[in-house]
Design a protein around this ligand. Sequence first.
Ligand code: ZN
Length: 403
Amino acid sequence: MTRFALVFCLVTVLQPVAGARPIQAGQSSDATALDLLLLLFEAIAERNPNYDDTLGAIATLDSQQQEERLAALAERNARDPRVAALVDSLLASSAYKMYFRQFSNVTPDVHRSVFSALPYRAIPSPADIGQVQLELFHHRDSLAALVKKISMVNIDQAVSIARRWAPSGNLLVPTTYYILDGNADAFAKDGTVCFDLYGVLLSKRPALNRYNNLADIPNAEIEAVLAHEFQHVFAQPHLYPPTRKFDNWRDLWEDVIIRRIVSEGVASQCNPPYGLKKAIYEDSVVIGFWLRELERVMGQIRRNETTEDSVRAWLERSYQESARQQLADYLKRTYPEADQQILLQEHIADRPRGIYSLGWWMVSHIAAAPGGHDSAVQLLDSPHEVIRLYNATVTDSLLKIAL
Ligand SMILES: [Zn+2]
């Protein structure tokens, strides 16, 4: 999982072991939600022929009339039996059932409003789902090539990368559910993986040619992200054993932060950052910022100088605003002013989120030391060793963690 990381649930839905019998490519992949979405777009396009002309006519109305007309068109979509049945099927698919268990910021009703409003407007919605679905609708003819890629992904390859970073044992291959949504990225939950092709792949391509040559996206790029998520599934029983219990919120949150760092740090060995993201994730100012933040907040927790709400808010910001600020500051230090704004937009997904930056930095250092690969994997069973092991790899006092 790459967002809202904690998973306490036990592994429930699993498929046969890779070693027990050969895994066929795509055997554990479920693209039902992608197929349903494309059928839904087709049904919406048929229900709204000449929608460009309709939009042109709407633009000549006053704002109240526009609102009424758009609401009537959305109502007509919602009542269309084929559109309604496809929306129902999509939102009841295994992929979206998993998705709604993971995210509290959206409900099926949000998606219903978003789809009904197509192809005329984007409903304001969490994570801009409305805008994403409108964009996807307009590029629906290009999406078939992306859906086809799923069947060409080499699951064996992803499994073997993930296994290298997982404790040995009975590692079952998780089923992967694919969606095109914009809210999710990729995440593991209950022993399965949900993979948002928009969040993982499309959103990271420049907006202007986002839908060009989708067939050329390297399979390895998808396999590396899958490997990251598979590793989370393999690591989950080790990193989050049912015996994990706490007497107070301070011990709980100290543990949450450490386990998240280890979780993402080891998983990201499966899909190491590259290009600009790597430069940001290994920038000494960015890393220095997050090392000092970790010391500050952990120190406050240990000395009982903060509240649970403050820690939770800090952690939320570390994924969002604080990470965005670090990205903006990095770009200011590194690029001419004229380029900074566009780079910020195009690389927002590469913002150095605290948990990920610290995880990548610390676990990579541990893994690079002699015998380090095994030490990194053993962290999944003893995550609190991460500070000591990391400190042993660095000589620069500024890079050490004073905890
Ligand atoms: Zn992850």
